[in-house]
Design a protein around this ligand. Structure first.
Ligand code: GTP
Ligand code: MG
Length: 323
């Protein structure tokens, strides 16, 4: 069962019989909270419900979950469920306000070799650490979904990083659901199947998508298709954010950068692929670049409650570490 969230059954809702409940589950909606965050369109198109029924169900679910107005105090209480995963570097953790948060999306963007994939590997290991060591393990094996679009996942590297933090490498590897996404539609569908995995009893606390934009960028070329790409990417991010919230898990995505032709003084005027859409849905964005003597520099951008600043870390044989 997902941690920290009491999952109420769909069948508990007035007017929902086993048949409707099954339709909802087939559409990837497992909980009342899921339902409350769904759109009428989603229920009509994916679960095959009538529009009126859909509207009503969402309304009831919203009432139970309480998605109307809430006091700032209630919001603060909710935020107490947020947990943090260490990146392996204290400096990087501090930059993020204590580590990579659950119920949030974190995007790392940066140039080739800046460490985006290495951080993804490190988080997949670290989330399995006991709580006192910066992970989310409390007795039930912690699992990870690792979506690879570029073929750069390396189990050998996971093994190396696991050994460095004294975890059993085989166990760590067994707890990672690895999947290669072949195109953007496949990638979208993989994410939609994650609630099913969780509801089958897998304690998934981290999703890694490396990279979130590569397929979209390759498939949608030219101006004519840009709007469609943004719309699909936007929905994909909404799906991810919803899963992160409902199941109290962390989502880490990587993003390539395009150097703008009007680069200013040779420095980092870069534009993250995905543009406004991605910037809007992402909760934390870190910009990575290479520093002196094999160091890496991370800058936090657009974080809701943290100052914009930079820290330095490095990538060693053990993994992501402080300088
Ligand atoms: P792209 O996916 O190409 O855009 O790059 P990225 O940002 O994902 O870079 P990645 O995370 O793959 O970083 C690669 C860098 O990590 C290498 O250039 C090395 O500096 C470092 N690295 C990777 N594996 C090891 C290792 O086993 N030992 C050490 N010391 N460093 C490593
Ligand atoms: Mg990479």
């Amino acid at each position: 069962m997902p941690a920290n969230k009491e999952i109420k059954k769909l069948e508990d809702l007035p007017g929902v019989g086993p048949k409707t409940a099954q339709k909802l589950r087939d559409a990837g909606i497992y909980t009342i909270e899921d339902l409350a965050m769904s759109s009428v369109n989603e229920l009509v198109e994916k679960a095959g419900l009538g529009e009126e029924t859909a509207r009503k169900l969402i309304e009831i679910a919203e009432e139970i979950v309480g998605h109307g107005f809430k006091s700032a105090y209630e919001y603060l209480e909710e935020r107490k469920n947020v947990e943090k995963i260490t990146t392996g570097s204290k400096a990087l953790d501090e930059l993020l306000g204590g580590g990579v948060e659950t119920q949030a999306l974190i995007e790392a963007f940066g140039e080739f070799g800046s460490g985006k994939t290495q951080i993804g590997h490190q988080l997949a290991v670290n989330v399995q650490l006991p709580k006192e060591k910066g992970g989310l393990f409390t007795g039930n094996p912690v699992k990870v979904v690792y979506v690879d679009t570029e073929g750069t996942f390396r189990p050998e590297r996971i093994k190396q990083m696991a050994e460095a933090v004294e975890l059993n490498p085989e166990e760590v590897l067994k707890n990672i659901f690895y999947i290669k996404a072949f195109n953007s539609d496949h990638q979208i569908n993989i994410v939609k199947k994650i609630p099913k995995l969780i509801n089958e009893g897998n304690n998934i606390r981290l999703i890694v998508i490396d990279s979130i934009t590569a397929h979209f960028r390759a498939e949608y070329v030219g101006r004519g298709t840009l709007a469609e790409r943004q719309q699909k990417l936007n929905q994909h991010l909404r799906d991810l954010l919803k899963i992160a919230t409902v199941y109290n898990l962390a989502v880490y995505v990587t993003n390539q950068v395009m150097a703008k032709p009007d680069t200013f003084g040779g420095f980092d005027i870069v534009q993250a692929v995905g543009g406004h859409v991605l910037a809007h849905a992402i909760t934390y964005r870190i910009f990575l670049r290479k520093g002196k003597e094999k160091t890496r520099i991370a800058r936090l951008i657009d974080a809701p409650h943290l100052p914009e600043r930079e820290v330095v870390f490095r990538i060693t044989d053990e993994g992501v570490r402080d300088v």
